[in-house]
Design a protein around this ligand. Structure first.
Ligand code: PLP
Length: 395
């Protein structure tokens, strides 16, 4: 008898994967230039030149036995020191190498935190719209996901719903800002309010309620939008960072967990995350790229194309009558669908060679996610397809 849950996860169809396959089929029929694939969040700008240059330099200069050898389970001490220095400098926040655990992307970081923090039956709060893998990760840690309905006017936080949802079993709240799929950035006011509420509730229940700050999009913010560094506002914050998006390196699988000295019993919490890493086999992230990312920790890929695409699509879609909350960052936007049934809407969009993802999978029906990490020329030409789709519903 196999583990039924795992069989289910391994065989469940992914809407995004299916759209991707459909796009390939359609491209063969009508030409790739006529298919507008906004399905996948794969960065479309190259990593900065310094990334490859650093990799080449390290390969040339370092002793290969060390470069390709095991590092400590939590990551190379020199790499962790460089990352800590970068955090200190950029966010004016006290952190050292021992606060960091280098992981295989934010996905592994989230799993380490959730497994390290949660006991069976604990609850983890998530705000809609949310990255669907959270449910898989939370349930994999033996905990339950509690979903807070979306604030669809601004994609900030519905505080009344949050207050009602927190109880004695609440172990953590996942905060993802800038957000996948809405693209919205939580304001400083939102973060302060969240910190105050969680402090009060932690005191009430006599146990810390942690924030798990999932931050793969931290550096992808536009017009100088301020992205508050959450550990400065709330002590019991664990940061899960990733270079997948900020350095356009999703295939290299590099990120880290940061457990600062401000966290209650921080040494035990760090040990719990490291223990979870050990139990899951998430030890020793790839050695070459630990060092490459550490050397490039102050850099960001050129995100100007995302901002150009955002402006073009927000303005273009609004002109066509779509309702869009302007994203402050990422390369996603989350407009309302023109009919209530977002699944039917996205299915119809395929007739116009538009590949967009229903909001239902993100816990927010009546919306659709557009991943605009595409060439600007594709975004521009797609407006005709969005216009045809709108015309179809006007008829
Ligand atoms: N969290 C969010 C919100 C994401 O969008 C993603 C990837 O798309 C991840 C986590 C996982 O990122 P990583 O590639 O670092 O594992």
């Amino acid at each position: 008898m196999l583990n039924e849950r795992m069989v289910g996860l391994g065989t469940q169809r992914s809407v995004i994967r299916e759209l991707f396959e459909f796009g390939k089929k359609r491209a063969a029929e009508v030409g790739a230039e006529n298919v507008f694939d906004f399905s996948i969040g794969n960065p479309s700008v190259p990593a900065p030149d310094q990334v490859n240059e650093t990799a080449i330099r390290l390969i040339r200069e370092m002793d290969p036995v060390i470069l390709h050898g095991y590092t400590s389970a939590q990551g190379d001490a020199g790499a962790r020191k460089m990352i800590a220095d970068s955090i200190k400098k950029r966010f004016d926040f006290e952190v050292n190498a021992d606060n960091l655990y280098i992981t295989v992307g934010a996905a592994a970081g989230l799993c380490c935190c959730l497994n390290g923090l949660c006991n069976p039956g604990d609850e983890v709060i998530v705000f809609a719209p949310y990255f669907p893998e959270y449910k898989v990760f939370i349930e994999g840690a033996g905990a339950c996901m509690k979903l807070i309905p979306a604030d669809v006017e601004a994609f900030q936080i519905d505080f009344q719903a949050l207050e009602d949802a927190i109880g004695p079993k609440t172990k953590a709240v996942i905060v993802n800002s800038p957000n996948n799929p809405s693209g919205c950035v939580y304001s400083e006011e939102t973060i302060k309010k969240l910190a105050d509420l969680l402090s009060a509730k932690s005191a009430k229940y006599g146990e810390p309620i942690f924030i798990i700050a999932d931050e793969p999009y931290r550096e992808i913010a536009f017009d100088g939008t301020f992205v508050p560094y959450i550990p400065k506002y709330y002590d019991n914050t664990l940061v899960c960072y990733s270079w997948s998006k900020s350095l356009s390196l999703p295939g290299e699988r590099l990120g880290y967990i940061m457990v600062s000295d401000r966290v209650t019993d921080h040494e035990l919490v760090y040990a719990a995350c490291a223990g979870a890493g050990r139990s899951l086999g998430y030890v020793n992230a790839p050695g070459l790229f630990q060092r490459v990312c550490a050397n490039c920790a102050d850099l960001t890929a050129d995100i100007s194309i995302y901002e150009t695409n955002r402006n073009l699509l927000v303005n273009g879609l609004r002109d066509l009558g779509y309702h869009v909350v302007e994203p402050g960052g990422t390369f996603y936007m989350f407009p309302r669908t023109l009919i209530e049934d977002d699944i039917a809407f996205c299915e119809k969009a395929k007739d116009f060679n538009l590949l967009i993802v229903p909001g239902t999978g993100f816990g927010c029906p009546g919306h659709t996610r557009i991943s605009y990490c595409v060439p600007t020329e594709v975004a521009k030409r797609s407006l005709k397809a969005f216009a045809d789709l709108a015309d179809f519903y006007k008829k």
